[in-house]
Design a protein around this ligand. Structure first.
Ligand code: SF4
Length: 506
């Protein structure tokens, strides 16, 4: 076996090739987005999202009378837990040890990889099965394991597909959502004795057959953790396929890797999160399998690992905890904000470049990987608020994106004279009734009337041209609401006349 520390911390592969452990596997967001928009297959795959997962999420909230209160409750638990995170982590550590497990703290991704590789080395593990875990994606565990000569197999069906395809997940809970059934058949057929049909059931059966043998032969199972209960030292893994249960019961070593924000104080808090997680992620009232894992197998138990290790990952989280974007740590990785987001549904997950995609990815990737390196991500949002409405813990994602935009602007431009003059002028106009009237009168006469036929501006000058380079800008109304109201006032119909919207826009 290669020197594991070297493998984990540097970029040396088992076969001598280069291994890239950087958090960012970036291509330029705008270029990647354009390519995504031009891909007919991807557009076909993404078109399903809003009507399937997105709609199921909305229906599930609507059908559950207590959903609003439950979401508030979950948000409150997250908020209070993060306020005393050190105490809850200490309690978690003590509980896991009491159960016979070990706890390891990883400062960053390289640290986490080194810890896992050392544990595998210590127990002579040569093969690993994994259940789906975004945290292991975040630390780029698979390349490190493979570079150390450890056979690593993803056992979630979607993850299995993309591992064989040599790709990254494009969605938090549906990692292969960017592929059509035909493309999945093509990928799996490369590993089958004969071509497989483009039939979802047949493809799942093929994968199941392949994976059963891997579970039985694996030395170690690696999982993430949806939650880690401080009171009982219990790691909770939620899934729908049963693969995580095999991963945590058959191999002799179980390693769970969790971000430090995954801790919840009490077992009594767990149902709150289980009720909202499944509804948000897939529209189910409850996921099919919820495994509560409290340490290694005990005397008299038929199943379970001989060793249990919990790796708690910081990787920038304590820095985020102290800052104004702390709320991003409430995230329970359900993927609902992705399904709701018009930008994600147009460009898919890979365009975001980092491990985390969609609205929450546009917040997390700049935080974990650097803001200026990911300058387009905070802008990859219309700020429509659909993400916040879908989020089970009501994270104010639009506000977080605006804060990131502010920071980015400060970092890149400082406060430019021209811009601060423009905003000062705008501020004066908004504070002065007369100034506002004159400005809107001028805008409606100069722009509104000249563009009355199309109602759209196709070109804007200078820096404003960034908007019109890829879309039109709505022209001001040709008649201000104030003027319309003065003229029509008392005899105004319940609905504005044809050609005039409720805001008086022509
Ligand atoms: S931000 Fe909210 S909706 Fe998005 S993945 Fe996290 S918990 Fe789910």
């Amino acid at each position: 076996m290669a020197d594991l520390d070297t493998v984990a911390r540097e970029s040396t592969s088992h076969d001598g090739g280069a291994v890239d452990f950087r958090a960012r596997e970036h291509h330029e967001f705008l270029v990647a987005s354009r390519q995504a928009l031009e891909s007919a297959n991807l557009q076909l795959a993404l078109a399903r999202l809003g009507d399937t997962l997105g709609q199921r999420n909305r229906d599930a909230y609507a059908a559950y009378a207590g959903s609003a209160a439950m979401r508030e409750l979950a948000r409150g638990i997250k908020d209070r837990t993060l306020a005393e995170l050190d105490q809850h982590l200490e309690a978690l550590e003590a509980s896991v040890r009491r159960n016979g497990g070990e706890v390891h703290y990883a400062a960053d991704a390289a640290d986490a990889r080194a810890i896992v590789l050392e544990l595998l080395k210590r127990r002579g593990c040569r093969s690993v099965v994994k259940s789906k875990s975004m945290t292991t994606e975040e630390i780029h565990l698979n390349p490190a394991l493979q570079a150390a000569g450890i056979e690593t197999v993803e056992s979630d069906f979607g993850e299995y597909i993309i591992q064989l395809a040599g790709q990254r997940p494009s969605h938090l809970v549906a990692p292969a959502v960017h592929l059509t059934v035909g493309e999945v058949a093509e990928v799996l057929s490369r590993h089958a004795p004969e071509p497989l049909p483009a039939d979802a059931t047949a493809l799942a059966q093929f994968a199941r057959g392949q994976l059963r043998a891997k579970f039985a032969a694996a030395d170690a199972g690696i999982t993430g953790a949806n939650f880690a209960v401080a009171e009982t030292g219990t790691v909770v893994v939620v899934e729908n396929e049963g693969n995580a249960r095999f991963t945590t019961t058959l191999p002799r070593v179980h390693i769970a890797i969790a971000g430090i924000e995954k801790v919840i104080p009490r077992l009594a808090d767990l149902p709150v999160f289980l009720k909202i997680l499944a509804r948000a992620a897939t529209g189910q009232t409850m996921s099919i399998y919820t495994s509560l894992l409290s340490g290694p197998r005990r005397a008299g138990q038929a199943n379970g690992p001989e060793e249990f290790h919990l790796v708690l990952l910081d990787n920038g989280r304590t820095r985020i905890l102290e800052g104004p974007l702390r709320e991003s740590l409430f995230c329970i990785r359900c993927g609902a904000c992705l399904n709701a987001c018009p930008v994600y549904r147009a460009v898919g997950g890979h365009a975001y470049g980092g491990v985390y995609a969609g609205p929450i990815g546009a917040v997390l990737t700049p935080l974990y990987d650097g803001l200026t390196q990911n300058e387009h991500l905070p802008h990859a949002s219309s700020l429509c608020g659909a993400c916040q409405a879908a989020c089970p813990v009501k994270i104010a994602i639009p506000e977080l994106l605006i804060k990131l935009r502010d920071r980015l602007h400060e970092a890149q431009h400082g406060s430019g004279m021209l811009e601060s003059l423009a905003y000062r002028t705008w501020g004066v106009l908004l504070r002065s009734a007369l100034g506002y009237r004159v400005a809107t009168w001028l805008a409606s006469r100069a722009l509104g009337r000249s563009q009355a036929s199309s109602r759209w501006l196709r070109w804007l000058p200078g820096a404003l041209g960034g908007w019109t380079s890829s879309r039109d800008f709505p022209a001001p109304a040709r008649e201000r609401f104030r003027d319309w109201w003065r003229r029509e006032g008392d005899r105004a119909p319940a609905t504005p006349p044809r050609g005039l919207d409720s805001g008086g826009r022509a």
